[in-house]
Design a protein around this ligand. Structure first.
Ligand SMILES: [Zn+2]
Length: 230
């Protein structure tokens, strides 16, 4: 009788132990790590890693530019569009709609020359002609090809404008594939990055598609998407 009771107690203790310490059936674990700790890590907010900025060059384009604010709006993100003046005269409503959506427009010249090859007169002409198409003087100027020297930098500063280049270039214009565009940005991004993308100058469907992957991925890594003061 004593032996049977001891056996029964032993069995009960074993069952209790299994009930208390057995992993939850909904979680598959390959290590002995406590499930509670694993869940806490997964549920923890992502640590802030910095602010990054999206910029789009060479538009407005009648096909691709209008698709971008719709995607950005979904994520509550705004961006600067460095536009070519000549394109604004072709698609003025596209530019108007960008501004109505809260986007900023930057000066990317009238027709995209290398400014370092032009005299001060013609550099000024390029910038002014873009601004007359736009209807106002934007705060930011991005020289085509990122080509500038101290003469160009001084000229832009004397106009009361900021010269804005970029720090991350996934070469989206070469259409390397949506995944490659995303991966190139993620591999090079850090706090303060200015990301160069293109809405004009050719087929930009890969760039547009990349945004839907890129924005959530940047956020998952702890980045906030900011809007430059342009
Ligand atoms: Zn450009």
């Amino acid at each position: 009788m004593k032996t049977r009771l001891r056996t029964l107690i032993t069995a009960l203790v074993a069952m209790l132990a299994v009930t208390v310490f057995a992993p939850s059936p909904s979680l598959t674990t390959t290590s002995a790590a406590p499930n509670a700790a694993t869940q806490d890590v997964a549920a923890a907010p992502v640590a802030y890693r910095g602010t990054v900025y999206l910029t789009f060059d060479d538009g407005p384009n009648s096909t691709y530019t209008p698709q971008i604010p719709a995607i950005l709006k979904k994520y509550g993100v705004k961006a600067v569009f460095f536009e070519v003046g000549e394109n604004i005269t072709w698609y003025p409503s596209v530019t108007r709609n960008l501004r109505a959506a809260g986007m900023k427009i930057g000066n990317h010249t009238w027709n995209h020359p290398d400014l370092t090859t032009l005299s001060n007169y013609w550099v000024t002409w390029q910038l002014n002609k873009m601004e007359s198409a736009l209807g106002y003087r934007p705060r930011c100027v991005r020289p085509p090809y990122g080509a500038y020297n101290s003469r160009i930098a001084t000229l832009i500063a004397n106009r009361g404008q900021r010269l804005i280049l970029w720090t991350v270039d996934p070469r989206d214009w070469s259409r390397p594939g949506t995944t490659t565009i995303v991966n190139r940005v993620l591999a090079n991004v850090r706090d303060g990055s200015r990301i160069l993308l293109h809405d004009g100058g050719g087929n930009r469907s890969q760039t547009v598609a990349a945004l839907n992957i890129l924005i959530p991925q940047l956020r998952a890594r702890g980045y906030v998407l900011g809007l430059m003061a342009c």
